[in-house]
Each structure stands twice: as C-alpha cells, then as structure tokens.
Write a protein that binds this ligand. Sequence first.
Ligand SMILES: NC(=O)c1ccc[n+]([C@@H]2O[C@H](COP(=O)([O-])OP(=O)(O)OC[C@H]3O[C@@H](n4cnc5c(N)ncnc54)[C@H](OP(=O)(O)O)[C@@H]3O)[C@@H](O)[C@H]2O)c1
Length: 224
Amino acid sequence: MNVRGPKLTRSYDFHESSGFTGKYVVKEALKFLNSPSSPLKTLALAGRNPKKLSETLAWASTTPLDRPVPFIIADTSNPVTLHRMASQAKLILNCAGTFCYHGEPVVNACVKAGCDYLDISGESDFIERMETVYHERAVENGSLMISACGIDSVPAELGFLFNSMQWIYPAVLNRVEAYMNLESDIKVVANYATYESAVLGLANVDKLKELRQSKRRTARPSVS
Ligand SMILES: NC(=O)c1ccc[n+]([C@@H]2O[C@H](COP(=O)([O-])OP(=O)(O)OC[C@H]3O[C@@H](n4cnc5c(N)ncnc54)[C@H](OP(=O)(O)O)[C@@H]3O)[C@@H](O)[C@H]2O)c1
C-alpha cells in the first residue's frame, strides 16, 4: 500500500508510540513491516510530540527501513487531531494511558471514522464503559473495537484456551485461577501511567459494580 500520498488510506497507525509500552509495540511492528509476507504493509506513528516520535523510531529500528514511516500529530485533548488520525487509518493501536483519562476521545474518534481500534488497557472500568457506550455505534460504522491486548490479558486468555482444549468430554473445566509471577535479575520497575492505572482501577471498583449492575444480565453458561 502506498503511504507517500497525503492520505494514508488503509494504513496501520500506532497511536501514541512514544511511551514505554508504545516503543516496544513499534519495535515489534517494524519486524512485520520489513517482512515481505507480512499483512502489515504500512505503518505510521502518532503522538503529541514529534521529537519523541522521532526518538522512538530511531530506538525501535534495528535494521534499515525499506519504506517510510510517517508521523501523525495527535493529542488526546484535541479531538480535531484525533479525527485526522482516525480518518487516515485502517487500524489504531492505542498505547496512550492512563486509559480512563486518555482513552475515550480516541475510541470516539475511531468509531466516528469507522476504523478499527485495539488497545493495551487493563482498566476494567474503562473497557466495560467503552463497550456500553460505543458498542452499537461501532457496529453501525463497521469499527472493530478490542481492548485488553496487553500482558495482563493475552497470556491468561491463551492459557485458558489451551487448558480448555485438554479436557475430553464429559470432563469440563468449571473454574480457573490464574497467577502471574515476575522474576528478574534486575529491579522490576513500573511506569507512572501503569501505576496510575492500577490505583485508578482500585479506586473505580464501585463505579464498575454499578455499571455491571445496570446492564442486562446474560445467561451464565451451564456447566455440569
Ligand atoms: N494491560 C497491560 O498488560 C498493560 C501493559 C503495559 C501498559 N499498560 C497500560 O498502558 C498505558 C501506558 O503505559 P506506559 O507504561 O507505556 O506509560 P507511559 O510510558 O507513561 O506512556 C504514556 C503514553 O501516553 C501518552 N500521552 C499522555 N498524554 C497524552 C495526550 N494528551 N495525548 C497524546 N498522548 C498522550 C504519552 O505521550 P508523551 O510521550 O508525549 O508524554 C506516552 O506516550 C497505561 O495505561 C498502562 O496501564 C497495560
């Protein structure tokens, strides 16, 4: 796909690529961009600070790039910039947290523009509120909205799927407890946004309960 024109039609766009997690997402994406058989054909980095985007690209490029990676200036406090970003993108990968502060304007812009959206949020209150507010409009506009694609969620889901496949009927899985253990020779550090997300997650537990209680209950699967 051509990224040289002013409009990056059907491009894959990484919103907010300058943060700690965003940088690693860009590094992984560049590996796909450089591979001829990869479905990822175009990539743009978005963020509010062009200098940081430039530093991110330099840090993440381990081999020379065989195609341009444009920058898009986007600030979550400026809806016009978000709309410009979303209307040029096929898919936005959002790494700009804390999501309960910065996430909704990005979701809103994607739903309006009809592009797909994926994020690394682990903030349940944000995720479930976005689903409640935007689900119907997203379906109408053809936007696929997926949250929780970070380490909080993906290993647990894959582990659950793998475990489920090991059972032979009539034996069924009826309960899962998952633990994550981090081991490192170096000191384990968390960024401010990650720390803030964890604190806000606890602070918003009551709001989340209220939201869940306000929703229509779906039947629980029967497990015998
Ligand atoms: N679920 C999981 O497994 C998982 C794993 C890792 C991270 N996360 C979540 O991901 C989020 C980011 O974490 P992090 O550690 O990468 O944090 P970080 O290094 O502080 O990055 C935050 C990013 O948000 C951007 N940002 C802040 N305000 C903005 C605004 N007004 N407009 C545009 N961009 C803005 C920052 O841009 P600037 O560089 O311009 O300041 C930066 O790129 C957090 O919410 C964290 O909880 C989840």
